[in-house]
Design a protein around this ligand. Sequence first.
Ligand code: ADP
Ligand code: ARG
Length: 344
Amino acid sequence: MKSHSPASKPSFPESCTSLLSKHLTDAVWSALAEKKTAAGFTLEQAIRSGVEQVDSGVGVYAGDAESYDLFAPLLAPIIKEYHGSAGPHPATDFSCDALPEVSPEAASRVISTRIRVGRNLANFPLGAAISRVQRLDVEKQISEALSNLPPPMQGQYQSLSTMSAEQNESLIARHLLFKNEDRFMASGNLMRDWPEGRGLFLSEDESFSAWVNEEDQLRIIALKQGGDVRGVFALLAEAVTALSAQLTFDFSEQLGYLASCPTNLGTSMRASVHMSLPVLGQNEKVLKRHAEALGLQVRGQHGEHSVSEGAVYDISNRMRLGVTEVAAVSHLIHGINRLAELDE
Ligand code: ADP
Ligand code: ARG
Protein backbone atom coordinates (compact mmCIF):
# COMPACT_ATOMS: atom_id res chain seq x y z
CA MET A 1 0.00 0.00 0.00
CA LYS A 2 1.35 3.49 -0.89
CA SER A 3 0.19 6.52 0.98
CA HIS A 4 2.59 8.92 2.62
CA SER A 5 5.56 10.94 1.46
CA PRO A 6 8.60 9.89 3.45
CA ALA A 7 11.42 12.19 4.42
CA SER A 8 14.86 11.45 3.02
CA LYS A 9 16.90 8.44 4.08
CA PRO A 10 18.31 9.01 7.57
CA SER A 11 22.05 9.22 7.98
CA PHE A 12 24.10 7.63 10.75
CA PRO A 13 27.32 8.86 12.36
CA GLU A 14 30.48 7.11 11.22
CA SER A 15 30.85 5.49 14.64
CA CYS A 16 27.46 3.75 14.27
CA THR A 17 27.75 -0.02 13.99
CA SER A 18 24.07 -1.03 14.10
CA LEU A 19 22.79 -3.67 11.71
CA LEU A 20 20.24 -1.05 10.61
CA SER A 21 22.94 1.39 9.52
CA LYS A 22 24.66 -1.40 7.59
CA HIS A 23 21.61 -2.76 5.79
CA LEU A 24 19.57 0.40 5.18
CA THR A 25 21.11 1.02 1.75
CA ASP A 26 19.83 3.64 -0.69
CA ALA A 27 18.21 0.87 -2.74
CA VAL A 28 16.44 -0.61 0.31
CA TRP A 29 15.27 2.84 1.40
CA SER A 30 13.80 3.68 -2.01
CA ALA A 31 12.09 0.31 -2.28
CA LEU A 32 10.48 0.49 1.17
CA ALA A 33 10.13 4.12 2.23
CA GLU A 34 6.55 4.48 1.06
CA LYS A 35 5.28 1.10 2.16
CA LYS A 36 2.79 0.57 4.98
CA THR A 37 1.40 -2.64 6.40
CA ALA A 38 -2.37 -3.13 6.39
CA ALA A 39 -2.35 -1.94 10.02
CA GLY A 40 -0.53 1.23 8.94
CA PHE A 41 3.00 0.47 10.19
CA THR A 42 5.70 2.24 8.18
CA LEU A 43 9.42 1.81 7.56
CA GLU A 44 10.09 5.07 9.39
CA GLN A 45 8.38 3.64 12.48
CA ALA A 46 10.31 0.35 12.18
CA ILE A 47 13.69 2.12 12.10
CA ARG A 48 13.00 5.01 14.48
CA SER A 49 14.77 3.38 17.43
CA GLY A 50 18.00 2.80 15.53
CA VAL A 51 17.86 6.28 13.99
CA GLU A 52 17.45 7.97 17.39
CA GLN A 53 19.63 5.58 19.40
CA VAL A 54 22.75 5.42 17.29
CA ASP A 55 24.50 3.03 19.69
CA SER A 56 21.88 0.36 18.91
CA GLY A 57 23.22 -3.06 18.03
CA VAL A 58 20.27 -3.79 15.77
CA GLY A 59 18.03 -0.73 15.61
CA VAL A 60 14.67 -2.01 14.31
CA TYR A 61 11.37 -3.27 15.74
CA ALA A 62 8.55 -4.89 13.75
CA GLY A 63 5.06 -3.46 14.29
CA ASP A 64 3.16 -6.55 13.23
CA ALA A 65 3.60 -9.92 11.57
CA GLU A 66 3.27 -8.34 8.12
CA SER A 67 6.29 -6.09 8.79
CA TYR A 68 8.55 -9.13 8.46
CA ASP A 69 7.25 -9.74 4.89
CA LEU A 70 6.79 -6.19 3.71
CA PHE A 71 10.12 -4.90 5.02
CA ALA A 72 12.02 -8.12 4.25
CA PRO A 73 14.59 -6.38 1.98
CA LEU A 74 15.81 -4.65 5.17
CA LEU A 75 14.88 -7.18 7.86
CA ALA A 76 15.97 -10.45 6.19
CA PRO A 77 19.68 -9.45 5.95
CA ILE A 78 19.56 -8.18 9.55
CA ILE A 79 18.00 -11.47 10.70
CA LYS A 80 20.53 -13.52 8.71
CA GLU A 81 23.47 -11.59 10.11
CA TYR A 82 22.24 -11.80 13.72
CA HIS A 83 21.20 -15.46 13.82
CA GLY A 84 23.35 -16.91 11.04
CA SER A 85 20.03 -18.09 9.55
CA ALA A 86 17.01 -16.40 8.02
CA GLY A 87 14.95 -19.59 8.41
CA PRO A 88 13.16 -21.84 7.82
CA HIS A 89 12.77 -22.50 11.52
CA PRO A 90 12.64 -26.11 12.80
CA ALA A 91 9.78 -27.54 14.86
CA THR A 92 9.75 -26.82 18.60
CA ASP A 93 11.78 -29.37 20.59
CA PHE A 94 11.91 -29.14 24.36
CA SER A 95 13.25 -32.67 24.92
CA CYS A 96 15.34 -32.43 28.09
CA ASP A 97 16.92 -35.89 27.93
CA ALA A 98 19.17 -34.91 25.05
CA LEU A 99 20.89 -32.12 27.02
CA PRO A 100 24.60 -32.52 27.82
CA GLU A 101 25.82 -32.30 31.43
CA VAL A 102 27.09 -29.08 32.95
CA SER A 103 30.70 -29.85 33.93
CA PRO A 104 31.63 -29.72 37.65
CA GLU A 105 33.97 -26.78 36.91
CA ALA A 106 31.13 -24.83 35.27
CA ALA A 107 28.55 -25.90 37.88
CA SER A 108 30.73 -24.54 40.69
CA ARG A 109 30.70 -21.12 38.98
CA VAL A 110 26.99 -20.92 38.18
CA ILE A 111 24.90 -18.90 40.62
CA SER A 112 21.52 -19.11 38.91
CA THR A 113 19.90 -20.26 35.69
CA ARG A 114 17.10 -18.55 33.79
CA ILE A 115 15.47 -19.53 30.51
CA ARG A 116 12.80 -17.43 28.84
CA VAL A 117 10.86 -17.46 25.62
CA GLY A 118 8.94 -14.58 24.07
CA ARG A 119 5.48 -14.97 22.57
CA ASN A 120 2.93 -12.63 20.95
CA LEU A 121 -0.73 -13.29 20.31
CA ALA A 122 -1.82 -13.99 16.74
CA ASN A 123 -4.14 -11.33 15.31
CA PHE A 124 -2.77 -8.45 17.37
CA PRO A 125 -0.13 -5.90 16.33
CA LEU A 126 3.23 -6.11 18.13
CA GLY A 127 4.26 -3.62 20.85
CA ALA A 128 5.41 -0.87 18.46
CA ALA A 129 1.99 -0.63 16.81
CA ILE A 130 -0.52 -1.96 19.32
CA SER A 131 -3.26 0.41 20.54
CA ARG A 132 -4.03 1.02 24.20
CA VAL A 133 -7.30 -0.88 23.97
CA GLN A 134 -5.69 -3.83 22.18
CA ARG A 135 -2.91 -3.94 24.79
CA LEU A 136 -5.47 -4.12 27.59
CA ASP A 137 -7.25 -6.93 25.72
CA VAL A 138 -3.93 -8.80 25.43
CA GLU A 139 -3.32 -8.34 29.16
CA LYS A 140 -6.78 -9.73 29.93
CA GLN A 141 -6.40 -12.80 27.69
CA ILE A 142 -2.90 -13.61 28.93
CA SER A 143 -3.62 -13.04 32.63
CA GLU A 144 -6.67 -15.31 32.35
CA ALA A 145 -4.58 -18.06 30.76
CA LEU A 146 -1.96 -17.63 33.50
CA SER A 147 -4.60 -17.92 36.21
CA ASN A 148 -5.51 -21.40 34.88
CA LEU A 149 -2.01 -22.88 35.23
CA PRO A 150 -1.64 -25.97 37.41
CA PRO A 151 1.10 -26.41 40.06
CA PRO A 152 4.05 -25.85 40.05
CA MET A 153 3.25 -22.80 37.89
CA GLN A 154 0.20 -21.72 39.91
CA GLY A 155 0.51 -18.17 41.24
CA GLN A 156 -0.69 -14.57 41.06
CA TYR A 157 -0.78 -11.88 38.39
CA GLN A 158 -0.15 -8.30 39.38
CA SER A 159 -0.52 -5.26 37.13
CA LEU A 160 2.40 -2.85 37.20
CA SER A 161 -0.06 0.00 37.87
CA THR A 162 -1.03 -1.52 41.23
CA MET A 163 2.53 -2.11 42.48
CA SER A 164 4.14 0.17 45.02
CA ALA A 165 7.47 1.72 44.07
CA GLU A 166 9.19 -0.39 46.76
CA GLN A 167 7.65 -3.61 45.48
CA ASN A 168 8.61 -2.72 41.93
CA GLU A 169 12.23 -1.95 42.87
CA SER A 170 12.55 -5.08 44.94
CA LEU A 171 11.23 -7.33 42.14
CA ILE A 172 13.64 -5.72 39.67
CA ALA A 173 16.58 -6.11 42.08
CA ARG A 174 15.67 -9.80 42.53
CA HIS A 175 15.78 -10.30 38.73
CA LEU A 176 12.06 -11.08 38.53
CA LEU A 177 10.70 -7.99 36.82
CA PHE A 178 11.59 -5.84 33.82
CA LYS A 179 12.86 -2.31 34.29
CA ASN A 180 10.71 0.79 33.87
CA GLU A 181 12.90 2.43 31.29
CA ASP A 182 14.47 1.31 28.04
CA ARG A 183 15.44 4.13 25.71
CA PHE A 184 15.66 1.73 22.73
CA MET A 185 12.09 0.59 23.30
CA ALA A 186 10.92 4.15 24.02
CA SER A 187 12.30 5.35 20.67
CA GLY A 188 10.66 2.37 19.01
CA ASN A 189 7.27 3.47 20.45
CA LEU A 190 7.04 0.40 22.69
CA MET A 191 6.65 2.31 25.97
CA ARG A 192 3.39 4.13 25.13
CA ASP A 193 0.85 4.29 27.99
CA TRP A 194 3.41 2.82 30.44
CA PRO A 195 2.74 1.21 32.95
CA GLU A 196 -0.85 0.47 31.89
CA GLY A 197 -1.46 -3.04 30.56
CA ARG A 198 1.88 -4.35 31.82
CA GLY A 199 2.34 -6.81 34.64
CA LEU A 200 4.04 -9.76 36.25
CA PHE A 201 2.80 -13.25 37.05
CA LEU A 202 4.77 -15.03 39.75
CA SER A 203 4.39 -18.64 40.86
CA GLU A 204 4.24 -19.42 44.56
CA ASP A 205 7.91 -20.46 44.79
CA GLU A 206 8.91 -17.72 42.27
CA SER A 207 10.65 -20.19 39.94
CA PHE A 208 8.08 -19.57 37.22
CA SER A 209 7.16 -16.09 36.08
CA ALA A 210 5.64 -14.33 33.11
CA TRP A 211 6.05 -10.77 31.89
CA VAL A 212 3.04 -9.23 30.21
CA ASN A 213 3.27 -6.51 27.55
CA GLU A 214 6.91 -5.58 27.97
CA GLU A 215 8.89 -5.79 24.70
CA ASP A 216 6.83 -8.82 23.72
CA GLN A 217 3.30 -9.48 24.87
CA LEU A 218 4.41 -12.50 26.85
CA ARG A 219 7.74 -13.62 28.23
CA ILE A 220 7.51 -17.09 29.78
CA ILE A 221 10.31 -17.50 32.31
CA ALA A 222 11.81 -20.23 34.50
CA LEU A 223 14.47 -19.14 37.00
CA LYS A 224 16.19 -21.12 39.74
CA GLN A 225 19.26 -20.71 41.93
CA GLY A 226 22.17 -22.99 40.95
CA GLY A 227 23.05 -24.72 37.71
CA ASP A 228 20.22 -27.21 37.20
CA VAL A 229 19.80 -26.25 33.55
CA ARG A 230 17.77 -29.38 32.82
CA GLY A 231 15.32 -28.65 35.66
CA VAL A 232 14.85 -25.04 34.52
CA PHE A 233 14.38 -26.13 30.90
CA ALA A 234 11.82 -28.77 31.95
CA LEU A 235 9.84 -26.23 33.99
CA LEU A 236 9.85 -23.78 31.07
CA ALA A 237 8.70 -26.55 28.70
CA GLU A 238 5.81 -27.40 31.00
CA ALA A 239 4.72 -23.77 31.18
CA VAL A 240 5.04 -23.22 27.42
CA THR A 241 2.94 -26.34 26.75
CA ALA A 242 0.24 -25.29 29.22
CA LEU A 243 0.02 -21.74 27.84
CA SER A 244 0.12 -22.87 24.19
CA ALA A 245 -2.95 -25.00 24.90
CA GLN A 246 -4.87 -21.84 25.83
CA LEU A 247 -3.44 -19.09 23.62
CA THR A 248 -2.63 -18.87 19.90
CA PHE A 249 0.74 -17.31 19.23
CA ASP A 250 2.11 -15.55 16.15
CA PHE A 251 4.24 -18.09 14.31
CA SER A 252 5.70 -18.45 10.82
CA GLU A 253 7.36 -21.50 9.26
CA GLN A 254 10.16 -19.25 8.07
CA LEU A 255 10.80 -17.15 11.18
CA GLY A 256 9.38 -19.27 14.00
CA TYR A 257 7.74 -17.35 16.86
CA LEU A 258 7.38 -13.72 15.85
CA ALA A 259 8.76 -11.05 18.15
CA SER A 260 9.05 -7.27 18.29
CA CYS A 261 12.81 -7.42 17.82
CA PRO A 262 14.42 -9.54 15.06
CA THR A 263 16.91 -10.88 17.64
CA ASN A 264 14.03 -12.68 19.38
CA LEU A 265 12.60 -14.61 16.41
CA GLY A 266 12.66 -18.39 16.07
CA THR A 267 12.70 -20.11 19.44
CA SER A 268 12.52 -16.61 20.96
CA MET A 269 14.52 -18.24 23.72
CA ARG A 270 17.31 -16.79 25.82
CA ALA A 271 18.87 -19.35 28.14
CA SER A 272 21.29 -17.76 30.57
CA VAL A 273 23.40 -18.48 33.58
CA HIS A 274 24.78 -15.99 36.04
CA MET A 275 28.34 -17.20 36.22
CA SER A 276 31.37 -16.15 38.19
CA LEU A 277 34.39 -15.75 35.90
CA PRO A 278 37.06 -14.13 38.08
CA VAL A 279 39.98 -14.76 35.72
CA LEU A 280 38.35 -14.05 32.34
CA GLY A 281 36.49 -11.15 33.95
CA GLN A 282 39.78 -9.33 34.54
CA ASN A 283 39.60 -8.31 30.89
CA GLU A 284 36.04 -7.98 29.65
CA LYS A 285 37.16 -7.53 26.05
CA VAL A 286 38.87 -10.92 26.13
CA LEU A 287 35.86 -12.51 27.82
CA LYS A 288 33.55 -11.08 25.15
CA ARG A 289 35.85 -12.29 22.37
CA HIS A 290 35.82 -15.84 23.78
CA ALA A 291 32.06 -15.73 24.28
CA GLU A 292 31.45 -14.46 20.76
CA ALA A 293 33.59 -17.22 19.29
CA LEU A 294 31.44 -19.70 21.22
CA GLY A 295 28.20 -18.15 19.92
CA LEU A 296 27.40 -16.74 23.35
CA GLN A 297 26.40 -13.30 24.56
CA VAL A 298 27.67 -11.57 27.69
CA ARG A 299 25.39 -9.25 29.66
CA GLY A 300 25.75 -7.64 33.09
CA GLN A 301 24.16 -9.03 36.22
CA HIS A 302 21.11 -6.79 35.89
CA GLY A 303 20.34 -7.80 32.32
CA GLU A 304 20.75 -6.13 28.99
CA HIS A 305 22.69 -2.86 28.99
CA SER A 306 23.79 -3.35 32.63
CA VAL A 307 27.34 -3.70 33.89
CA SER A 308 28.75 -6.68 35.70
CA GLU A 309 29.50 -6.68 39.42
CA GLY A 310 32.07 -8.83 41.18
CA ALA A 311 33.03 -10.75 38.01
CA VAL A 312 29.55 -12.30 37.73
CA TYR A 313 28.28 -12.30 34.15
CA ASP A 314 25.05 -13.23 32.41
CA ILE A 315 26.08 -15.71 29.71
CA SER A 316 23.44 -16.75 27.16
CA ASN A 317 22.85 -18.20 23.71
CA ARG A 318 23.00 -15.55 20.99
CA MET A 319 21.18 -17.34 18.16
CA ARG A 320 17.48 -18.10 18.53
CA LEU A 321 16.33 -18.74 14.95
CA GLY A 322 17.05 -21.84 12.84
CA VAL A 323 17.85 -23.97 15.92
CA THR A 324 15.61 -25.99 18.20
CA GLU A 325 15.19 -25.12 21.88
CA VAL A 326 17.16 -28.19 22.96
CA ALA A 327 19.97 -27.37 20.50
CA ALA A 328 20.21 -23.79 21.78
CA VAL A 329 20.40 -24.89 25.43
CA SER A 330 22.92 -27.62 24.56
CA HIS A 331 24.98 -24.93 22.85
CA LEU A 332 24.87 -22.84 26.02
CA ILE A 333 25.97 -25.79 28.18
CA HIS A 334 28.92 -26.64 25.90
CA GLY A 335 29.83 -22.94 25.89
CA ILE A 336 29.79 -22.45 29.66
CA ASN A 337 31.76 -25.68 30.13
CA ARG A 338 34.40 -24.21 27.82
CA LEU A 339 34.38 -20.80 29.55
CA ALA A 340 34.90 -22.55 32.89
CA GLU A 341 37.93 -24.38 31.42
CA LEU A 342 39.32 -21.10 30.10
CA ASP A 343 38.80 -19.48 33.50
CA GLU A 344 40.78 -22.21 35.30
P1 ADP B 1 15.62 -10.82 28.72
O1 ADP B 1 16.28 -11.98 29.31
O2 ADP B 1 14.15 -10.92 28.87
O3 ADP B 1 16.09 -10.59 27.34
P2 ADP B 1 17.25 -9.01 30.43
O4 ADP B 1 18.57 -9.30 29.83
O5 ADP B 1 16.96 -7.57 30.69
O6 ADP B 1 16.01 -9.49 29.51
O7 ADP B 1 17.11 -9.84 31.77
C1 ADP B 1 15.95 -9.74 32.51
C2 ADP B 1 16.18 -9.99 33.98
O8 ADP B 1 16.54 -11.35 34.18
C3 ADP B 1 17.31 -9.16 34.57
O9 ADP B 1 16.94 -8.78 35.88
C4 ADP B 1 18.44 -10.15 34.65
O10 ADP B 1 19.37 -9.84 35.67
C5 ADP B 1 17.70 -11.43 34.97
N1 ADP B 1 18.47 -12.63 34.63
C6 ADP B 1 18.87 -13.03 33.42
N2 ADP B 1 19.53 -14.19 33.49
C7 ADP B 1 19.55 -14.54 34.80
C8 ADP B 1 20.10 -15.64 35.53
N3 ADP B 1 20.73 -16.63 34.91
N4 ADP B 1 19.93 -15.65 36.86
C9 ADP B 1 19.25 -14.65 37.50
N5 ADP B 1 18.72 -13.62 36.86
C10 ADP B 1 18.87 -13.54 35.53
N1 ARG C 1 16.98 -2.35 19.99
C1 ARG C 1 18.14 -2.58 20.80
C2 ARG C 1 19.39 -2.51 19.94
O1 ARG C 1 19.28 -2.54 18.74
C3 ARG C 1 18.08 -3.93 21.50
C4 ARG C 1 18.25 -5.13 20.63
C5 ARG C 1 18.27 -6.48 21.28
N2 ARG C 1 17.64 -6.51 22.55
C6 ARG C 1 16.33 -6.61 22.76
N3 ARG C 1 15.90 -6.52 23.99
N4 ARG C 1 15.50 -6.82 21.78
O2 ARG C 1 20.48 -2.42 20.46
